[in-house]
Design a protein around this ligand. Structure first.
Ligand SMILES: [Zn+2]
Ligand SMILES: [Zn+2]
Length: 258
């Protein structure tokens, strides 16, 4: 608790579940990431239980303090709690405020945000590849489009002088190394072994990415069943030995302070 209150710059993992089974069984929580950058609070990918995780965090995270919510894509493990979080951010819709960022296909035809909640948000902005967006002093950039069944973007931002990149759900492709050069890489690793035809990263893919990019630190998250079975902590330790890079496996409630 002391750790989190000392700094105005941190990222808290409100969940580390990846894909359907781990989410449905809640083997790991699926609340997304809360980013605090000085005075700006941003929630990324509020999956099922995001609101509950905010309330049960120690110290509590107050969603009425949110300035923005970002969805990397429309899948339920990333977007399920978007409506209730908008309602919380806007104090039940009484205070029209906050920005919601999401890909076109999350809002155009089959919106993940109900009409009434759309009207609560101060602003809704659709994401384009390799664009910059600002929420107060917090500036973030989308990556090139990731390879996933719906429009999906990675996110890059600076937090207290440290470059952070979030590599969201995608299959492996060679350009990842060019577009995710960063100090701290947060990477969604769903499968232990590669699963050809399913557009998610495996641990083997992540090894290649880490060796190519050589970030200062790597945080593995968004674990599927096979990753949990293979013990993410041990895999992270092995990858650290292999590469000399600080690799950790995220846990629910973990906070990275900057
Ligand atoms: Zn996912
Ligand atoms: Zn997905």
């Amino acid at each position: 608790m002391a750790k989190i209150t000392k700094s105005d710059h941190w990222i808290k993992f409100l969940g580390t579940a990846g894909a359907r089974f781990v989410m449905i069984k809640q083997l790991r929580a699926s609340g997304g990431l809360w980013v605090r950058s000085k005075d700006v609070n941003v929630l990324i990918d509020p999956g099922p239980g995001s609101l509950v995780r905010c309330a049960s965090s120690r110290p509590k995270l107050d969603p009425t303090k949110l300035n923005a919510i970002i969805l990397t894509h429309r899948h339920l493990d990333h977007a399920n709690d978007i409506n209730v979080m908008i309602e919380a951010m806007t104090e039940g819709g009484f205070k029209k405020r906050g920005v919601v960022f999401l890909p076109h296909d999350a809002i155009d035809e089959d919106p993940v945000i109900l009409k009434h909640a759309q009207s609560y948000a101060g602003r809704i902005e659709t994401l384009e590849p390799q664009h910059q967006y600002a929420v107060g002093d917090f500036v973030f950039e989308t990556s090139i489009a990731l390879k996933h069944p719906c429009q999906t973007y990675g996110l890059k931002f600076n937090i207290n002088g440290t470059r952070v990149a979030i590599l969201s759900d995608t299959e492996y492709f060679a350009d990842i190394k060019e577009h995710f050069k960063t100090d701290i890489l947060i990477v969604n690793v769903v499968f232990f072994e590669p699963m050809p035809g399913i557009q998610h990263l495996s641990f083997a893919d992540v090894k290649i990415i880490v060796k190519d990019i050589k970030p200062r630190k790597v945080i593995l998250t968004h674990f599927g069943r096979t990753m949990l079975k293979a013990r993410p902590h041990e895999l992270a330790r092995m990858l650290s030995w292999e590469t000399g890079i600080d690799v950790v496996a995220a846990t629910d409630g973990m906070t990275e302070v900057f």
